[in-house]
Ligand binder design. Structure first.
Ligand code: ADP
Length: 404
């Protein structure tokens, strides 16, 4: 089955055409046929796309919103940008927030689209773009093309109540559906799946801690292949330090800042989401690469990196306690995949639990997959570049086959 996967960011649309082999077929379960990115939607957009593992073709395009971006991508696939048409059997969409209604991926119909519209209130930065991409794809491809929504929150529905419930008056929890939803679920799910493949163990025997470190960052404790605790919460603001988000902080700081700085609550929230994290502490940049370059000569850049690594290490320790020990620690995301320095700083002093890095292996894994610990380490660490589109394609194929 050929599945087209759409993955919307706030100003980007990633797509990948994935061939999923039928159950029981020999060889790899998925193969990427084409992939691409519409970048900077709204201003000076560019599109790049490549067939298989080929060189990307890049061109500027006038694209104002996600609907136009979807139409453009579908147009290329139908025409073939190099003369060869591409067919598809189903479409899978990444959706950030599934709320408490969507605990698994679903086939999309009118009712699902209406429910997704309602959920936009919970994820105003992300869900509206996904929903307009879904609408555009349904309009262009017609109702007969099966489509699936795969949610970033659904992997975390297995987090037990004692880990997902905030200790606030319980009637408010119920009234407003306040709980730890968790995000980046498709990424963490992929890491569990890929770790199982790499180590040839059944997925339900995977006990790992995953650190997904990009602009947004989150940690997940996975037991038996299922998420049992995760660092992002009711919104993607909680947990690790991120590019512009504070992560954990004393909630009393919100009222304190509101009073002292004469800011509304919405303004404090914006400050915590957009001007905090690596950017806020360093006063320089949200970009880890730049901060690492500045760190030797700039104390605030150095402090930002130190806070980032300390917080991540604290979560690894906490999740070892939650799991009662783990098979492995996995790094992914732009920082996790590409920065040996950050990985080493997070794992420093963790010998007590058997977590050690092999300096040469760690240094050599930049954007590539594999072990970064000595073979004898009791708690080995791995780098696994994330491929959310693969998880979405597999979910899409599963639901479409089940519905036939
Ligand atoms: P997003 O969460 O938006 O998908 P990415 O996963 O692309 O973000 O991660 C972006 C982060 O990765 C940035 O902080 C960037 O500086 C960092 N990064 C990318 N390459 C490197 C590198 N070689 N060393 C350190 N950090 C890097």
């Amino acid at each position: 089955m050929k599945v087209l996967v759409f993955n919307c960011g706030s100003s980007t649309l990633k797509f990948q055409l994935v061939e999923v082999s039928p159950l029981g077929a020999a060889g790899p379960k998925t193969r990427s046929l084409a992939r691409g990115l519409v970048d900077r939607i709204g201003e000076n957009a560019t599109c790049s796309f490549a067939r298989g593992g080929g060189e990307p073709h890049r061109e500027p395009v006038a694209i104002d919103d996600h609907e136009q971006a979807v139409e453009e991508v579908l147009g290329w696939l139908a025409r073939g940008w190099d003369g060869a048409q591409m067919e598809l059997d189903a479409v899978g969409h990444r959706v950030v927030h599934g709320g408490d209604r969507f605990r698994t991926s679903v086939l999309i119909d009118d009712e699902v689209v209406a429910a997704l519209d309602e959920l936009s209130a919970l994820a105003p930065l992300h869900n509206p773009a996904c929903v307009s991409a879904i609408r555009a794809a349904r309009e262009t491809l017609g109702a007969s093309m099966p489509m699936v929504a795969a949610f970033d929150t659904s992997f975390h529905h297995t987090v037990p109540d004692h880990a997902a419930t905030y200790a606030i008056p319980y009637e408010l929890v119920l009234r407003h559906k306040i709980r730890r939803y968790g995000f980046h679920g498709l990424a963490h799910r992929y890491l569990a799946l890929r770790y199982a493949e790499l180590t040839q163990r059944p997925e339900d025997e995977v006990d790992i801690i995953t650190l997904h470190l990009g602009n947004g960052c989150s940690a997940t404790a996975i037991r038996g292949g299922r998420s049992v605790e995760t660092s992002m919460g009711f919104t993607p603001l909680e947990g690790l330090v991120m590019g512009t988000r504070s992560g954990d902080l004393d909630p009393a700081i919100i009222g304190f800042l509101s009073r002292k700085e004469r800011l509304s609550v919405a303004e404090v929230e914006a400050l915590l989401n957009e001007r905090s994290g690596l950017l806020g502490v360093s006063g320089r940049s949200k970009d880890m690469r730049e901060l690492l370059q500045r760190a030797p000569s700039d104390a605030r850049s150095r402090l930002a990196v130190e806070i980032f690594c300390h917080r991540a290490r604290k979560y690894v320790g906490a999740y070892l306690a939650v799991l009662g020990g783990a098979n492995a620690l996995i790094f992914s995301g732009g920082i996790g995949e590409n920065s040996p320095e950050v990985r080493a700083q997070i794992c420093a002093g963790m010998d007590w639990c058997g977590l050690r890095l092999d300096p040469e292996l760690n240094q050599s894994r930049i954007g590539t997959e594999g072990l970064i610990s000595p073979a004898t380490a009791k708690l080995p660490a791995y780098v696994i570049p994330v491929d959310e589109e693969r998880v979405i394609a597999l979910e899409t194929e599963r639901l479409v086959v089940e519905s036939r």
